[in-house]
Design a protein around this ligand. Structure first.
Ligand code: 5CA
Length: 450
C-alpha cells in the first residue's frame, strides 16, 4: 500500500479521553474512531489488524478440529426464555422490539443459539464429538465502557460450543480448547496465562480465564512466577490425543494462578515466597465446561449406542478478538508508539522515501515495493512528499516491526537502511539483501484464515 493512497488519519496530540496507552495509540495511529460510548468505527489499519487476529483464531480453531459458522447478532427473546436466561441476564442485555412487537435482543453470547441449531439437526451419538464456533460481534451494555476496545459495548468475539456424549469427552473438548488458545495467543506474540476463574452468568464448575499481564489490566491476579517461564513453542499437537491434551493442560495449570475472584490466601501461601507474584491482568479469553445445563433446559439430546436419549454435555469457549488489539499494544509499545509483533502487524515492512522528489530514491523505493509484493509480503510505502521528521514519527507511532529507509546518500553507496522497531538498531545493506532478510523473518508468520 502506498501511504498517499491509503487512509491513515494519524494524530500528534494525545486525545484527552484516553486513559491507557493502548487506547491513546489506537486513536493516534488512526485505527479506531469512537462512535458512541463503547462503540467504535474500525478505520482501515485497525480493521486490518482485527482481520489478522480473526484469521489466526480461525486457523488455530480449524487446526483443533472445530467447525466455523455464523449466527445472527439479533436474536429472538423466546430462545433465551427457554434457557431461563432472558430475565436473569440483567441490564447488560440490549433488548428491543421489532415492528410486530416481538421481543428481540442483540446477542451478548450465543449458547442458546448454538444449542438450538444443534437440537434441530443432531440426533445421534454418531455425530459427536462436535464443536461449532463463530467469530461475530456481540453487544453487552456495560455499565462503564472504558479503555477503548478493551471494555467496549460492541465487541468482536470468538465463541465456540462443544457438544459431547459424556462428561469425559466434554472435558477433552475443554482441554483441546485450552491447548488451542495457548497456541493462538503465542502466535499473536502474547503470553496469556490460564488462571482458575469464576463462571459468572455463563455457569459451570470448570472454567479458566486467560490473562495477559499488564499494569492497566482490570483484574488483580496472583500467581507462581514459574508460570511465566512456560512456552508453548513449536510443539506438535495431535488434538485427538486425549492424554497429550491433558498433559499440556496439567503443565500449564498446575501452578498457582488465580484471579481475585477465586484467590485463596492460604493456598497462595504454599507457593515459595520468592515466587509469589501479585499483579494485574487483561482477560483475553475464557473457557467453560457446564455439563447439561443448557441441553436439559432446551432439550438438546442424542441417542446413545443403546438407544437411550441423553442430554449432551456442553461447554463454551470465548476469545475477545477486539480486546486483543488493546492487550497486544499494552504488552508491546514504547514512548514513541506501538511495536507490533510480527504475527499480527498490519503491514510487514515500512518503506520510507527520504526524498520523494529525487528520481533515484523514488525508483529504488518503487523497486523495493514491487519486490515485496512479488514475494507475497505487504509493505507500507510512505511516498508522501513530507518532511523526514513527520515520516519517522508516523512510522514509529504505527509500529511496523521493520522499516527500510531509502535516501540519496545511501543509494550512492548502493545501500538502504534496515531498522528494527523494537531494538531501534539499524543496518545498512543492498536492497536485495534487505528484501531477503525480511522474507526470512516472515516465513513463519503467514496467516491464511478460513
Ligand atoms: N459464552 C462464553 C464463552 S464463548 C462467554 O461469553 N465468555 S466471556 O464472557 O468470558 O467472553 C469471552 C471473552 O470476550 C472475554 O474473555 C473477553 O476477552 C471478551 N469480552 C467480554 N466482554 C467484553 C467487552 N465488554 N469488551 C471487549 N471484550 C470483551
Amino acid at each position: 500500500m502506498r501511504l498517499s493512497r491509503y487512509f491513515l488519519p494519524t494524530m500528534k496530540e494525545t486525545p484527552s479521553e484516553a486513559q491507557i496507552v493502548s487506547h491513546r495509540y489506537m486513536l493516534r495511529a488512526g485505527m479506531i474512531k469512537q462512535s458512541s460510548a463503547g462503540i467504535y468505527s474500525w478505520l482501515p489499519m485497525g480493521f486490518k489488524v482485527l482481520r489478522k487476529l480473526e484469521n489466526i483464531v480461525h486457523e488455530e480453531q480449524i487446526r483443533a478440529g472445530h467447525v466455523p459458522m455464523l449466527m445472527p447478532t439479533l436474536q429472538s427473546a423466546d430462545l433465551w426464555r427457554e434457557s431461563g436466561r432472558y430475565d436473569g441476564y440483567g441490564e447488560e442485555m440490549l433488548r428491543m422490539q421489532d415492528r410486530h412487537g416481538r421481543d428481540m435482543l442483540f446477542s451478548p453470547t450465543a449458547e442458546e443459539m448454538f444449542t438450538d441449531v444443534f437440537r434441530a439437526h443432531v440426533n445421534s451419538y454418531k455425530d459427536l464429538p462436535l464443536t461449532l464456533y463463530q467469530i461475530q460481534w456481540k453487544f453487552r451494555d456495560e455499565i462503564r465502557p472504558r479503555f477503548g476496545v478493551m471494555r467496549g459495548r460492541e465487541f468482536f468475539m470468538k465463541d465456540g460450543y462443544n457438544f459431547d456424549l459424556t462428561k469425559e469427552d466434554a472435558l477433552h473438548a475443554y482441554n483441546r480448547h485450552l491447548v488451542s488458545y495457548l497456541r493462538t495467543y503465542e502466535r499473536m506474540g502474547l503470553q496469556a496465562i490460564p488462571m482458575r476463574a469464576d463462571s459468572g452468568p455463563i455457569g459451570g464448575d470448570y472454567t479458566h480465564e486467560f490473562l495477559v499481564l499488564a499494569e492497566t489490566g482490570e483484574s488483580e491476579v496472583f500467581y507462581d512466577s514459574q508460570i511465566t517461564d512456560l512456552k508453548f513453542g513449536d510443539r506438535a499437537i495431535d488434538y485427538d490425543d486425549v492424554a497429550q491434551c491433558q498433559a499440556v493442560l496439567e503443565e500449564f495449570t498446575s501452578r498457582y494462578a488465580r484471579t481475585d475472584e477465586t484467590h485463596e490466601a492460604d493456598e497462595f501461601a504454599k507457593v515459595p515466597e520468592d515466587r509469589q507474584r501479585v499483579a494485574r491482568g487483561i482477560e483475553v479469553g475464557q473457557i467453560f465446561y457446564f455439563g447439561t445445563q443448557y441441553s436439559e433446559s432446551m432439550g438438546a439430546s442424542v441417542q446413545d449406542s443403546e438407544g437411550n436419549k441423553v442430554p449432551v454435555h456442553m461447554g463454551s469457549h470465548g476469545i475477545g478478538v477486539s480486546r486483543l488489539l488493546g492487550a497486544i499494544i499494552e504488552a508491546s509499545h514504547d514512548d514513541k508508539g506501538i511495536i507490533w509483533p510480527e504475527g499480527v502487524t498490519p503491514f510487514h515492512v515500512g518503506i520510507l522515501n527520504m526524498r520523494a522528489k529525487d528520481e533515484a530514491c523514488t525508483e529504488a523505493c518503487d523497486a523495493l515495493y514491487d519486490s515485496f509484493k512479488a514475494i507475497g509480503l505487504d509493505p507500507l510505502y510512505d511516498d508522501r512528499d513530507t518532511g523526514a521528521g513527520a515520516k519517522f514519527a508516523d512510522m514509529d507511532l504505527i509500529g511496523l516491526p521493520w522499516r527500510i529507509t531509502v535516501g540519496p546518500r545511501g543509494l550512492k553507496n548502493g545501500v538502504v537502511e534496515l531498522t528494527c522497531r523494537r531494538t531501534g538498531e539499524s543496518e545498512e545493506m543492498p536492497d536485495a539483501q534487505a528484501v531477503e532478510k525480511i522474507s526470512q523473518i516472515y516465513a513463519k508468520h503467514r496467516v491464511t484464515g478460513l
